[in-house]
Design a protein around this ligand. Structure first.
Ligand SMILES: *[C@@H]1O[C@H](CO)[C@@H](O)[C@H](O)[C@H]1NC(C)=O
Ligand SMILES: *[C@@H]1O[C@H](CO)[C@@H](O)[C@H](O)[C@H]1NC(C)=O
Ligand SMILES: *[C@@H]1O[C@H](CO)[C@@H](O)[C@H](O)[C@H]1NC(C)=O
Length: 390
């Protein structure tokens, strides 16, 4: 398909100028972040098993999803064809590339959603609704989900050997500015499978971040932005690179339905059971750290962590994904240093409380040193070796 250069450049500009993320605010991507210094390199995991001692209070606390009710309400509205939630201030339409422009207005007097009168939209909506309902049905806690992740390899690889599915070595490349002085580009590219986050560009940074990309892991807001471009262009790493995203807004299923057909490489959505697991794990680490650091009661955690907007970062879920599909996981570009930029590819300075990078670093440290201390994951799952590069 012929494609003019302009949209491509604007997409790239979009991603370099702003890593635009969920919840309509600017937050940071990957694990780049405002974290503590991990202070060690290439830790070799400890082999002997320690008995995990999970704190029941924290487990119970982390199992509660503060966003559950509003999510349910949102899903119900959309399944009913009520798209009023899409109208953001004075914006009255939901835009896609080319002819896919849908005007979203309030329901008619008889309660029939006006937008559904267009046959084109109706067809789209039926598919959208099916995906949304499936997703919602599976949106529950399932500790064994880590062991199911390996099935993703069957979608990504063309010639699969069922008895030997996993990738031998994987690199998850966070977007922290610490990468800029690292010279690790060659090391990153030497991995069999390289995961990059939120379309952070590599051009111009190859020496430090490498240039190989096997999977582009994003949040759905990135695709939502791409959906306005011709043929949903969303491929800073090339059109053959598969994209996997987690859904941060239910309306983004529309973008998924619209964009899926124009993408040659797989466009995948994370298993909602995997989302729930990741959410619990990060909340556990965040709450645990909060109590230890502040001495305040757990009840005050939500107030200082954006409450129902609290979310794991893309980087955290990409690392968790790698655990399920790789035999060895190397983590690059996660962490902060006073001397380094927040992102290697942007000038973003501030962070929001929506992510708790410090808590996520605690998790990575456990993954490297004592994975059995990670809560909520079924005993059946065998963690691969994890190495953190700084
Ligand atoms: C579990 O965590 C809660 C909240 O941090 C704390 O009050 C409680 O003492 C902990 N329980 C144990 C047995 O450590
Ligand atoms: C699949 O992988 C196993 C283990 O590495 C190997 O023994 C077997 O020969 C492979 N099968 C094929 C068809 O490549
Ligand atoms: C997305 O597109 C691919 C390739 O055209 C197709 O195989 C797949 O079924 C589509 N997925 C959905 C959920 O529509």
């Amino acid at each position: 398909m012929k494609r003019s250069v302009r949209p491509v450049l604007s997409v790239l500009f979009l991603f370099t100028a702003a890593a635009t993320l969920c919840f309509k605010i600017m937050i940071s991507s990957g694990g780049g972040g405002d974290g503590g210094d991990l202070g060690y390199r290439n830790i070799v995991p400890v082999e002997q098993k320690l008995v995990p001692a999970f704190n029941d209070t924290l487990l119970r606390f982390a199992a509660v999803d503060l966003a559950e009710d509003s999510l349910r309400q949102n899903v119900e509205q959309l399944v009913d064809g009520d798209f009023r939630g899409l109208i953001n201030g004075r914006r009255r339409s939901f835009l896609w590339s080319g002819s896919n422009r849908i005007d979203i207005r309030a329901r008619s007097a008889r309660g029939v959603p006006v937008n559904l009168r267009s046959p084109e939209f109706y067809r789209l909506w039926l598919v959208f609704r099916r995906h949304l309902q499936n997703w919602w049905r599976n949106h529950r806690f399932q500790p064994d989900v880590m062991s199911d992740l390996v099935n993703i390899v069957k979608v990504l690889k063309t010639n699969v050997n069922e008895s030997d599915l996993k990738y031998k070595t994987c690199a998850v490349v966070g977007n922290s500015g610490i990468l800029l002085k690292s010279d690790l580009g060659g090391v990153i590219d030497s991995h069999e499978f390289v995961i990059r986050l939120n379309n952070a560009r590599t051009r111009g940074f190859e020496a430090n971040v490498g240039s190989k990309t096997s999977l582009s892991f994003v949040n759905s807001n990135i695709l939502h932005l791409c959906a306005r471009r011709e043929a949903c262009f969303c491929h800073p790493y090339g059109e053959k690179v598969p994209i996997m995203m987690y859904m941060c807004q239910m309306t983004h299923f529309l973008d998924y339905v619209v964009c899926n057909t124009s993408h040659n490489a797989p466009l995948l959505i994370t298993d909602p059971r995997f989302d729930v697991l990741c959410a619990r794990i990060v909340k556990y680490y965040s709450a645990s750290r909060f109590v230890k650091e502040t001495g305040k009661p757990l009840e005050e955690w939500a107030g200082s962590h954006d409450g129902s907007n609290f979310h794991y970062s893309s980087g955290m879920q990409a690392v968790m994904l790698a655990l399920g599909i790789c035999e060895k996981v190397s983590i690059f570009g996660f962490g902060k240093s006073d001397l380094a930029k927040h992102h290697y590819h942007t000038n973003q300075k501030a962070e929001l409380h929506l992510h708790d990078y410090e808590a996520e670093y605690d998790l990575y440290r456990d993954l490297a040193e004592r994975p059995e201390a990670v809560p909520f994951v079924s005993d059946k799952f065998k963690f691969p070796r994890v190495v953190i590069h700084r």
